[in-house]
Ligand binder design. Structure first.
Ligand code: F6R
Length: 240
């Protein structure tokens, strides 16, 4: 596990973007695993800037996102489908037909998870971008999710509902369930780039990097992956 500590969020975003751009330059048909949330927004802004200034093309990539809230359709402004369009896809030359997220309004959640697992089985991520939950979750794999889990329906913890309520009008509007890639789907990626920022993540970062490998802290599984880069700002790294 390689840990890069940066001065601030801006530098974190720039460094992480360089790693992703490098993957796309080497393989224009790369499979890119994307995450949502506050952590990768700056990274995505750097991808957009590079696309505009240097012409890095996403025309041939295929994208797979980690997760989606159950009950929010792609037009809902808090859905992860909407997030990806408005923070990245609308500003690069990706073919929208090649962008994939779990469908949060699929009538049969189990069938939707099976569909997504089959897609991932055919398309190993060249790089998977991750954020980190303050409780150590990756994707929406909450503490004590088995390491061999694949895409599944998740009951979000109170901790995650509270963390994510900042983006909704009230905490009651935060969906209680989500569809998420499992830990096994994340670990299948050839490489992983995680972005983490802020003091509220410092405890989780310490456990992930230096603690016991345990489902109680899902991100600790990354110690077992051969090619992980954690790019974190100095607040997130403050307990290392
Ligand atoms: C998002 C995701 C989550 C977030 C995590 C951190 O697709 O899978 O694991 O990465 O909750 O969220 P932020 O970056 O908002 O602190």
């Amino acid at each position: 596990m390689k840990v890069i500590i940066t001065e601030n969020y801006e530098e974190m975003s720039k460094k992480a973007a360089e790693l992703i751009i490098d993957v796309v330059k080497k393989n224009p048909k790369a499979v890119l695993g994307f995450a949502t949330g506050s952590s990768p927004i700056g990274l995505y802004q750097n991808l957009i800037k590079d696309h505009k200034e240097n012409g890095t093309s996403y025309q041939q990539v295929l994208t797979v996102n980690l997760d989606e809230y159950v009950g929010l359709n792609a037009e809902h402004d808090q859905s992860y489908a909407y997030f990806m369009r408005t923070n990245l896809f609308d500003y690069i030359d990706v073919d929208k037909k090649n962008t994939n997220l779990p469908n949060g309004v699929a009538p049969d959640a189990k069938a939707e998870c099976d569909r997504y697992n089959a897609l991932l089985a055919e398309n190993q991520q060249d790089v998977q971008i991750l954020g980190l939950g303050s409780n150590g979750h990756i994707g929406f794999n909450e503490p004590n999710t088995p390491f061999d889990s694949v895409t599944h329906l998740v009951e979000l913890t109170e901790n995650t509902i509270k963390d994510n309520s900042r983006l909704f009008k009230s905490i009651d509007e935060v969906p209680r369930t989500a569809l998420s890639m499992g830990i096994k789907n994340i670990m299948q990626a050839k490489s992983i780039v995680m972005v983490v920022s802020g003091k509220n993540k410092a405890e989780a970062v310490k456990g992930m990097v230096k603690g016991e490998i345990t489902p109680a802290l899902p991100a600790s599984v990354l110690q077992l992956h051969p090619c992980v880069t954690i790019v974190c700002d100095k607040d997130a790294a403050s307990l290392l």
